[in-house]
Ligand binder design. Structure first.
Ligand SMILES: NC(=O)c1ccc[n+]([C@@H]2O[C@H](COP(=O)([O-])OP(=O)(O)OC[C@H]3O[C@@H](n4cnc5c(N)ncnc54)[C@H](OP(=O)(O)O)[C@@H]3O)[C@@H](O)[C@H]2O)c1
Length: 181
């Protein structure tokens, strides 16, 4: 049987489970003293495809207007509104499970699910996430954009690893499926 490549969530969160403040600010995250790039380049090198929700895409475009950071990867942005593709990204709408399944059967490296929470919610409800690498920042925000919005999903996980990058803790989980449960 062909081994499919994985969809891996790689994301940073506050201790209370928010990926951005209510105003979409990430200031609380950028001010944390980490170590090097906190494992980013190492992870990025294991992927060749990048998936994100339209709001995350808008955030990236707003904050990095001159150079799209994922230009060297195949980048797909999920939206419910049909939009014209750009040189950098393809917009995807419609049947997410069919799209992702078809992506997974192609040869290549792993697939980075960037977020945000809304897109992750759709992926979790359709059981499309294989691994989660969550970097926890030493911050409690009391509110904001949730990593895990409430939904019809429940995961059983296996801890694959944990690392400390100065003030950050990285937790690496694999989703248990079938006989593993
Ligand atoms: N801390 C981190 O590491 C991290 C990582 C990623 C993002 N973020 C932050 O998270 C915030 C955005 O997160 P978010 O949860 O609000 O939004 P998001 O998931 O990035 O984007 C939501 C949008 O994606 C589209 N979408 C979602 N589910 C879909 C589905 N099932 N089918 C088709 N399209 C779908 C819709 O776009 P349309 O409205 O166009 O239909 C929806 O409005 C930003 O502030 C970003 O900076 C933080």
């Amino acid at each position: 049987m062909q081994v499919k490549r994985k969809v891996v969530l790689f994301i940073a969160t506050s201790l209370d489970g928010y990926i951005a403040a209510k105003d979409e600010s990430l200031e609380w995250l950028f001010k944390v003293e980490g170590e090097g790039d906190n494992g980013f380049a190492e992870f990025y090198g294991t992927t060749d495809t990048v998936l994100m929700g339209k709001k995350t895409y808008d955030w990236v475009k707003k904050h990095e207007p001159n150079e799209f950071p994922y230009a060297l990867k195949a980048c797909y942005v999920f939206t419910r509104t049909p939009r014209n593709n750009t040189e950098e990204v393809q917009f995807v709408h419609g049947d997410i499970p069919a799209f992702v399944d078809q992506l997974k059967t192609r040869e290549g490296k792993n697939i980075w699910l960037v977020g945000g929470g809304q897109l992750l919610h759709s992926f979790l409800e359709n059981d499309l996430v294989d691994e989660l690498i969550v970097t926890v920042a030493p911050a409690v925000l009391g509110g904001g954009i949730p990593l895990f919005p409430e939904g019809k999903y429940q995961l059983e996980l296996r801890l694959k690893g944990m690392r400390r990058f100065n003030q950050f803790v990285e937790l690496h989980y694999e989703v248990k499926r079938g006989l593993e449960k």
